[in-house]
Design a protein around this ligand. Structure first.
Ligand code: AMP
Length: 386
């Protein structure tokens, strides 16, 4: 670690991010606005964050030496994704304090370890059981029952590496999957009959101070986040319970940085944790327009040892993701059409190639009420539809 480092970091200090996607890009823009310099490690020479960073190191992630060299000269470092290389991050932390800590990052690397850790702390989760081979799969089905969701423990995000098992035949069909794919491991989880999907982000500073962003409602399509609405249309008691849960997660897991909790709302008003992310989250992009402090600025504040900012929702905001499916072959959507809708703002991530399912950007809309904000953002996105 940069020895003798004192908090808060003076402006001009270097903050680093491993992973140069859109999260790294929005983080870099906020950090630079606040006077810091930003280094990005990402092997892709054209990555979104590399385009705006002060320094871009295009080396492989799994190269501990490259990562340690990158970390030297940085005053604080953060990660943009979960699939980290253990040797690389442990070595890196020796040069520069990492957010999340290696302990948290390694816990999150594996879905089963994450669930076991949360369960050991008594946090509310859907019933789960390891299903990494045929015998375990059938034992898990016997314990948990059907329907259930089979998830890979290390490869899944945005619903990838998942399948719903509804019948004993589905379970039999999944045998080849759990037996066949070498290093991939699986966990079986009870299918949750949720009424809404919600999420909340809590920040925890180096001094242990915590602040939660407002609870939001998320809608997923094909396992990928489609829209976010802030505030979530739920009773105040649910929002309070979610904030208490996120704060307890940040404190008990000793998080320095952000914890985003994806939650299922149950018919009886209870909450279950679906999964966590220890970084800015797609469902927090609305904070740029909606809150007094954005999730990206909050992360900059944590990294730099600055006081956390107000998370007050200053206006109702909705966010809609823009996936590559909206891009016509060889062209781009008619963004001017979307921007004719009142209160709408466009965020593009600088990705050259549009592919189906690829997150290319997002729209936000602010409005006097959440319903109007959602209507505006959906109307704007419809205008982009080819
Ligand atoms: P994940 O990648 O685990 O966040 O899952 C992607 C999406 O699949 C979630 O946002 C839910 O819509 C759905 N899903 C995941 N786990 C379950 C579950 N146990 N029960 C019902 N739906 C689920």
């Amino acid at each position: 670690m940069a020895s003798g480092v004192s908090w808060p970091l003076p402006t001009g200090s270097w903050l680093g991010v491993v992973g140069g996607g859109q999260l790294g890009r929005m983080f870099a823009v906020e950090a630079q606005r606040m006077g810091y310099r930003v280094g990005v490690l990402d092997p892709d020479p054209t990555c979104p964050a590399g385009q705006v960073a002060d320094r871009h190191v295009a080396e492989p992630y799994a190269d501990p030496e490259a990562q340690c060299a990158f970390a030297q000269g940085l005053s604080a470092l953060t990660l943009e994704f979960e699939h980290v290389d253990p040797a690389a991050i442990t070595g890196t932390d020796a040069h520069c304090p990492m957010t999340p800590s290696p302990a948290v990052a390694l816990m999150k690397r594996d879905r089963l370890t994450e669930k076991q850790t949360l369960s050991a702390h008594g946090f509310p989760l859907a019933d789960f059981a390891p299903a990494g081979d045929v015998a375990k799969l059938h034992a898990a089905v016997a314990t948990i029952g059907l329907p259930a969701v089979l998830k890979s423990t290390t490869e899944g995000y945005d619903g990838k590496g998942q399948r719903v098992l509804r019948t004993p035949q589905d379970a039999a069909d999944a045998e080849a999957l759990v037996a066949g794919e070498g290093s991939l491991r699986y966990v079986l989880e009870r299918f949750v009959p949720f009424t809404k999907e919600l999420s909340v982000i809590c920040a925890r500073g180096r001094d242990g101070q915590t602040r939660c962003f407002p609870l939001v409602e998320n809608v997923h399509v094909n396992g990928i986040l489609d829209t976010t609405l802030a505030p979530a249309p739920v009773p105040a008691a649910v929002a309070e319970a979610a904030a208490a849960l996120a704060t307890a997660l940040a404190e008990r897991l000793d998080v320095v940085g952000l914890v985003a909790a994806e939650l299922f709302l149950l018919p009886d008003g209870g909450l279950l944790i679906n999964e966590l992310a220890f970084r800015p989250h797609n469902s927090g992009h609305y904070t740029i327009e909606g809150c007094a402090t954005s999730q990206f600025e909050q992360l900059v504040r944590v990294l730099a040892g600055l006081p956390l900012g107000s998370t007050e929702l200053v206006r109702a905001t909705a966010m809609a993701n823009l996936l590559g499916d909206l891009w016509p072959a060889g062209g781009e959507p008619d963004f001017a059409q979307a921007l004719t809708v009142e209160g709408v703002r466009l965020h593009l991530y600088g990705k050259a190639e549009a592919r189906p399912g690829r997150k290319m950007g997002h729209l936000t809309a602010t409005a006097p009420t959440p319903e109007q904000a959602l209507e505006r953002v959906l109307q704007a996105r419809r205008r982009l539809t080819p």
